[in-house]
Ligand binder design. Sequence first.
Ligand SMILES: Nc1ncnc2c1ncn2[C@@H]1O[C@H](COP(=O)(O)OP(=O)(O)OP(=O)(O)O)[C@@H](O)[C@H]1O
Length: 371
Amino acid sequence: MKVVLENLTKKFPERGRKARGEVTAVSDMSVEIPDGKLIGLLGPSGCGKSTALNLLCGLLKPTDGRIFFGEEDVTNLPAEKRGVGMVFQNYALYPHLTVRQNIVFPLENLRGKEKLSKEEMQRRAMEVAKLVQIDELMERKPGELSGGQQQRVAIARALVKMPRILLMDEPLSNLDARLRLQTREEIRRIQRETKITTVFVTHDQEEAMSISDMIVVMNRGVVQQIGKPQEVYDRPVNLFVAKFLGTPPINVFRGQIRQGMLYIGKDAVLRVQGCADREVFAGIRPEGFVLHPQGALTCHLNGVEVLGRDISVVSTNEACENTVIRSIISAESGVDTGSGTVRFHVKPEKVHIFDRETQERIPFETERAGE
Ligand SMILES: Nc1ncnc2c1ncn2[C@@H]1O[C@H](COP(=O)(O)OP(=O)(O)OP(=O)(O)O)[C@@H](O)[C@H]1O
């Protein structure tokens, strides 16, 4: 089912002793989620992700704007009538009930036309248990399961009512690193099989990029960019998005554009056609550096970290805003650690230029300086 958020705003009265005004948790948010897709809602703590999710499921009413499920305006529909399945970070299972009873629980409260027979409830519970691969654990209590298994039970419970959309709020946060990876692949598989339109909230950019068909990056209640993960990574609309996506993070330098050339300090790093002279931030992705004896950008070499297939050359440059510059380079490239300096060419497609004031991306056409 397609889901549309139209100019959604949510304001809360400010909390605390000195509170006077209002907090805008979500500001004029417009997103169209195509039918059957998994979208990742991504942003730092406090950016409004949970508020957006609570507006979608009906736990909160928007101050302004509308929500549609398909063609139906659900803005004023109570939560229990929206047909939404929810999965939370803390599983929220009933500890005294078995897995089977936990999964069946939401079906037992159905009334009127929706009421199901006992056999039908059991049949549905078994069907979703098989889907999330916990059908052999049905008689256990949650305390006898691993974190990953508990989260599967929570997913089964959210799916058993055959929701129109599925909402997941940081569902992997309580799992250790290995289980996180496994469970996120599981969620992807389950979502593909069921084709339920799913919104997945996380502050972890890598998690969002790996699992989502589309990501929505938010900051301070405002949507910054919507797109396929790779597109957003390759063409961030502003410095915030560029910095938020990618590990190690993008290296940000203070720079200038003068006469069609991007300067970092005294180094002329790239030809940039079609840009007026101005002060900028130049962001260079870690994979955007190429070691070269005549490289345009000179940095102080701090050391080399071995990563296996790649190495990370760690250096500094006075114009760089990051504590150190991390450049990821193939392990086969030899680095002369004796000289104290290192020189790089930069890959134009890995360089993003932002206006120093507005921090918006400045498009440019280029060829590498010195070529
Ligand atoms: N009930 C409320 N009353 C007042 N302010 C609120 C309320 N709920 C959220 N806020 C504020 O709205 C903003 C967005 O909060 P929200 O919980 O949606 O962010 P989040 O991105 O989900 O953060 P986190 O990742 O830490 O959960 C924050 O500034 C928060 O303090």
